[in-house]
Design a protein around this ligand. Structure first.
Ligand code: SAH
Length: 390
């Protein structure tokens, strides 16, 4: 097995719990490790600090797997996957669908597994994980009754690792599933859906927001499969307007509305949210509750200034269509927009909209998306509940 020797002091972050070694932190590679091989990592004084998967073709040269020198990879993976599973069932005893493995946060760097009943959808963003995928498949089949297993990778992250842009069906087929988030049912059409099929990260926030929706006129912007609006319907909203610029997603939200036999007034609008909100302002159409859950506007650090402008405009427009005493549930899933920046965006939007507000709740992602305090890279979603006071 090859050895990686770090430059002086480059073990500090790793000792605090970070799991990535960047290429510029390495002094020497002893041996000829192939991409995806396990390597030993030593600090500059030649003390062993960890073992991880090597990748010469990524800025993240090593993804740490263990602080132990000796271990059985299959047993380690099995223990970690089952521990992650048990924690999800502890959080959500009545659910069969959730994010089972959230990469570094579940000590499985570069691997995401979402569970939809007995269909497991993977995203593989590490050569080491890809090389050892048979171990993972075996655990999912033998321990977690997998019927279908396939990947739905995002090109961007595969490219960063130098992995081929491809998806695979490992077992069964890529069919549809009907899942539940505990309150509402959804049809998941894997062939056409975003990400692995569903945004599990907002499940807790959807249920939180729905508790304020009884008898209210609700606007669900960037609704995708309809998660926020459907939960609002479940809690007795008076009316719901679903808006998404994807025709396919709006049809999906409508399908899910019918699937749940909801009967409140509902509109399904295939439109750009910015245009839709502007038209509401022009026609003086107001709402009691507005949800905005846009895609990430800042994909990288460089795009942050423009993204901030976008978030500010979006939140200003959303606040402008709220009645006094109305509530805005607003989100950002841009990792580069930190919490304090997001709060500042909300404040600036309120000033521009000439609204007095307070924030009465703040959250990150659902319980099945934990983050590591040692790795700020594992935090991305922000969710705020904003009340218009005057
Ligand atoms: N709120 C959803 C997730 C939103 S994902 C949930 O709870 O699951 C973001 C959605 O925004 C996608 O469905 C995408 O089609 C839509 N979208 C992206 N840009 C948009 C725009 N400018 N106007 C309207 N919808 C947009």
């Amino acid at each position: 097995m090859a050895d990686i020797i770090l430059k002086k002091n480059e073990d500090r972050r790793i000792k605090k719990g970070h799991l990535w070694i960047f290429s510029n932190e390495i002094a020497k590679v002893e041996g000829e490790p192939l991409d995806g091989d396990l390597v030993n990592v030593y600090n500059s004084q030649n003390n062993f600090i960890a073992k991880g998967f090597y990748n010469k073709h990524s800025l993240i040269s090593v993804r740490i797997i263990s602080r132990e020198k000796e271990f059985d990879l299959k047993k380690l993976f099995e223990q970690r996957i089952l521990s992650a599973y048990n924690f999800r069932k502890y959080c959500y005893p009545d659910r069969n669908s959730f994010r089972l493995i959230f990469s570094e946060s579940d000590s499985m760097p570069g691997l995401i597994i979402d569970k939809y009943n007995y269909t497991y959808v993977l995203q593989i963003y590490s050569v080491g994980m890809e090389k050892n995928i048979e171990l993972i498949l075996d655990i999912l089949e033998k321990k977690l009754d997998a019927k279908n297993i396939f990947t739905k990778n995002e090109e961007y992250f595969r490219q960063l690792e130098g992995l081929p842009i491809e998806d695979k069906i490992f077992k069964g087929e890529m069919s549809e599933e009907i899942i539940s988030d505990g309150e509402v049912k959804y049809r998941i059409d894997f062939k056409s859906s975003h990400k692995t099929g569903f945004y599990f990260d907002q499940c807790d926030n959807r249920i939180f927001a729905s508790n304020f929706c009884k008898d209210k006129k609700v606007l669900d912007c960037f609704c995708n499969a309809g998660g926020f609006g459907l939960n609002a319907a479940k809690k007795g909203a008076k009316s719901i307007t679903f808006v998404d610029s994807s025709k396919k997603e709006i049809e999906n939200a409508e399908y899910n509305f019918k699937l749940n036999n909801f009967s409140c007034e509902a509109k399904f609008v295939d439109a750009d949210v910015f245009n839709f909100l502007e038209s509401c302002i022009s026609s003086n159409e107001k709402y009691d509750i507005v949800i905005v859950d846009p895609p990430a506007f800042a994909k990288n650090k460089k795009s942050l200034p423009n993204a901030i402008k976008g978030y500010e405009k979006l939140n200003r427009l959303a606040m402008s269509v709220l009645n006094n005493d109305g509530i805005l549930f607003t989100s950002s899933c841009s990792h580069h927009l930190k919490e304090e920046m997001f709060i500042d965006v909300i404040n600036k939007a309120a000033n521009k909209a000439k609204k007095k507000i307070h924030i009465f709740y703040f959250n990150n992602a659902s319980l099945d998306h934990p983050f590591l305090p040692s790795m700020e890279e594992t935090v991305y979603l922000k969710f705020a509940a904003v009340r218009i006071i005057e």
